[in-house]
Design a protein around this ligand. Structure first.
Ligand SMILES: *Cc1c(COP(=O)(O)O)cnc(C)c1O
Ligand code: SF4
Length: 441
């Protein structure tokens, strides 16, 4: 019986001597035989941990669950496992038990932005909807690692119905991002129901699904799943490749099926120390992605969740990587580097600086090669002062359903139709002193 490659065959036979290729490629077989404890990992890989290390590993698994699909296990190079990117992403490290001063259980304050169970409504026009709480492989670098894998909090059908109800009653929501856990842990029928219900809502313009299946269990992308997804356009999918070696023949096949179904594919990478904190690895990754019709979308700075300190790089590493990509390779192969703001401020893009200086007549720019150049500002630009009275404006905004809402944040400071001249944080001492001074009242 030849399964795929020698390593996959060896693992499959250790799981079940009678395993055949159709077992290996069956996502349910993969799930049923996922590695969930240290002993099974040792048995299948031949790697042995000494007693003291083992005790620490057990302690780590008790805090953050372990699960590795046999497929993902087969990617690990056991001859140099300590430095292997797949080992590092999937196998617990006692460093996860380290709690640093700035670590947080919920660094993105998802709980505070959650109007109903499972929904995070942080941005004006879109929501994150957690429809699953489990994954086939638990990423050691998961932002939600204190929550994901907790079988007591798997959302029930009631919770999901309430989430859908919230979206139905909240007309500003035009984009729904299904997340988890991994949404593809749900059955095709159940997902079909969720997608159908969401699409009945007139103000929902697009639906996105975030899944790591093409990376950790590509056999989940079956023809049946894809046929079902295809009924729900416009549907976008984002996946999570962190290393070019994860783009295997099986992943390529999964990505091809999704792309052939007309689903635009994006990728979110997390910058991880010891895994991909290298401009050459990142460049190889983005090239492999676009070759397979996947657009690099975000590069995330590793956040401040508890148990991730060993994965964090300085922000400077991310800037260095962006410097090595912008201009050096195809524009659509370059992701946006973001830091998810602790406290729930959302994603903040960060970049090297290209605008060096400016005067009223010229701006001074530098390019990726270090060439310094100037751009002459126009002499005859007629500014448009917008009072939001579109009827008397010479620009022709004659679109139905064009954005009606007023500006917020910095957009508001820049706008002509709002009198705001500054944004002042709450509890500003100086402002408190002002309000105490009676002589100004
Ligand atoms: C990332 C995220 C989104 C989607 O953000 P985009 O920049 O539109 O991809 C929406 N809601 C929450 C809470 C998020 O963290
Ligand atoms: S090393 Fe790269 S692949 Fe490794 S370390 Fe430095 S440039 Fe790289």
């Amino acid at each position: 019986m030849v399964i795929y490659d020698e390593k996959q065959q060896e693992i499959a036979e250790k799981i079940n001597p009678k395993a055949i290729i159709s077992n290996w490629k069956d996502w349910k077989w993969q799930l049923k035989n996922s590695i969930k404890d240290i002993s099974t990992f040792e048995r299948l890989t031949g790697i042995k941990f000494e007693k003291k290390k083992r005790a620490l590993l057990e302690q780590t698994v008790a805090k953050f669950p372990l699960s590795i699909t046999p497929y993902y296990l087969s990617l690990i190079d056991t001859t140099d496992y300590k430095n292997d990117p797949f080992f590092l992403q999937s196998f617990p490290s006692p460093s996860e038990l380290i709690v640093e001063k700035y670590d947080m259980i919920d660094p993105l304050s998802e709980d505070r932005d959650s109007p109903v169970t499972g929904i995070i409504h942080r941005y004006p026009d879109r929501v994150l909807f957690h429809i699953s709480n489990i994954c086939s492989m638990y990423c050691r670098h998961c932002t939600r690692k204190r929550k994901v894998g907790d079988i007591d909090s798997i959302p029930g059908k009631d919770d999901i119905a309430k989430g859908i109800e919230y979206i139905r009653n909240t007309p500003v929501v035009r984009d729904v991002l299904l997340s988890g856990g991994d949404p593809f842990m749900l059955s095709d029928n159940y997902l079909d129901w969720i997608l159908t219900e969401l699409q009945k809502i007139p103000h929902v313009e697009v639906i996105r699904i975030g899944t790591r299946m093409p990376v950790v269990l590509p056999y989940r992308i079956t023809n049946e799943l894809v046929a079902m997804l295809k009924k729900h356009h416009p549907l976008w999918i984002n996946t999570h490749f962190n290393h070019p070696r994860a783009i295997t023949d099986s992943s390529i096949e999964a990505l091809r099926k999704l792309a052939d179904a007309g689903i635009p594919l994006g990728n979110q990478t997390v910058l991880l120390a010891g895994v991909n904190d290298c401009p050459r690895i990142m460049k190889r990754l983005v090239h492999r992605l676009v070759q397979n019709r996947v657009r690099p979308y975000y590069l995330y700075q590793c956040d401040l969740s508890e148990g991730l300190s060993h994965f964090r790089t300085p922000v400077g590493k991310g800037i260095e990587i962006m410097e090595s990509l912008i201009g050096h390779t195809s524009g659509f192969a370059v992701p946006t580097y973001v830091i998810d703001a602790p406290g729930g401020g959302g994603k903040i893009p960060v970049m090297p600086n290209y605008l060096i200086s400016w005067s009223t007549n010229k701006v001074v720019l530098r390019n990726y090669e270090g060439v310094i150049t100037t751009y002459k500002e126009p002499d005859s630009y007629e500014p448009i002062f917008c009072d939001r009275n579109c009827k008397s404006c010479k620009l022709q905004l004659k679109l139905d359903g064009a954005e009606e809402k007023h500006a917020i944040g910095i957009e508001k400071l820049l706008s002509d139709y709002d009198d705001a001249i500054s944004l002042i944080p709450e509890n500003n001492d100086r402002m408190d002193r002002r309000s105490e001074r009676k002589d100004y009242e």
